[in-house]
Design a protein around this ligand. Sequence first.
Ligand code: 3HC
Length: 311
Amino acid sequence: EMEPHERAFQERVDAGQKIEPKEWMPEGYRKTLVRQISQHAHSEIVGQLPEGNWISRAPTLERKAILLAKVQDEAGHGLYLYCAAETLGISRDQMYEQLHSGKAKYSSIFNYPTLTWADIGAIGWLVDGAAIMNQVPLQRCSYGPYARAMVRICKEESFHQRQGFDILMKMVKGTPAQKAMVQDALNRWWWPSLMMFGPSDDASVHSAQSMAWKIKQNSNDELRQKFVDQTVPQAKYLGLTVPDPDLKWNEEKGGHDFGEPDWEEFFNVIAGNGPCNAERLDARRQAWDDGVWFRDGLTAHAERAADRRAA
Ligand code: 3HC
C-alpha cells in the first residue's frame, strides 16, 4: 500500500508531469536515477577512448576533423549528464570515485577494441544507432533534468550515426580489401551492439520499476527488436551479411526473428572482464592523476580569490 505522498507522486508521473530536483520523490526513484544517469555519463566519457585511438590515424584530414568533433561531443554529453546527476545530490568526485574504483558500470560496448578504421564507421552506425534508439525515449523520462539533457544529446547523436554510415558507404565502394574490412567490423560489432540494450526482459532487474516511474519507456527487448528491424535493411544496402544465421523476416510478427546474444559474454563484460575493461579504467585513472595539478591550481585560485574578497 502506498503512502499518501508516494501515491501523489505516482499520480504526477502517470499524468506525464516532469519531476524537478527540489520536489519530493521516493528515495528509490532518486537512487535509480543516480545509478542510471551517472552510468550513462561514465559511458560517454569512457566511450571517447576507443574512438580516440583513431584520431591520429584517420585516413584524411576531413575524417580526422569529423572524428575529433564527435569525440568532443561525447565529452560534452558526459559533462551534461554528470550535471543532471548532481541535481540528485551526488557529487562529481563521488561519481568519479565510483567509476575509478570499478564500483560503477559504463556501457558494455566500450570494452571492445577498435582494430581498424572500419570500426570507427561501425561504432557511428551501430553503437550511436543503438544509443539513439535508447536515448530518444529518454527525452520523455519523468525526471526533468535527464529528459532535457537528452533533447540536445539526441540531436548530436544523429550526426554521429550519419558520419559513421558515411565512412562505411565509402569503404564498401572501395577495394575488395576495404569491403572485407567493413564486413569484419560488422562481424565484431553486431552482437555487442545488441547487448547494449541490456539483458533480456526476464533478466532485467530494474525494468518493471523503471517503467512504472516512466524512467524507462520501452523494455530492453522492445528497443533491441526495433534496432534490428531498422539496421538489417541498412546492412543490406551496404551489401553486408549480418553475422546471425537465425536472422530472418517474420511476416506475421512484422519484424525479424534473430538469435540470442551470448549473455555469458555480456555478464562477463559488465562484471569487468571484457577485452578492454582494465585498459579503459587505467586510462581514466591515469587521466585523473594527470589532472591533479590543474584541479589543485583551480582550488588554490578559488581560495585566494575568497581570501581577497574576505580581506
Ligand atoms: N552495459 C553495462 N551495464 C549494463 C548494460 C550495458 N549495456 N545493460 C544493462 N546493464 C546493467 C544495468 O546497469 C544493471 O546493473 P546495475 O544495477 O549495477 O546498474 C544490470 O545490468 C541490469 O540491467 P537492467 O536492464 O535491469 O538495468 P536498467 O533498467 O538500468 O537498463 C539500460 C539498462 C537500458 C542501459 C539503462 O540503464 C539505460 O537506458 N541507461 C541510459 C542509456 C545508456 O547508458 N546508454 C548507453 C550509452 S552509450 C552512449 O551514450 C555513448 C554513445 O553516444 C556513443
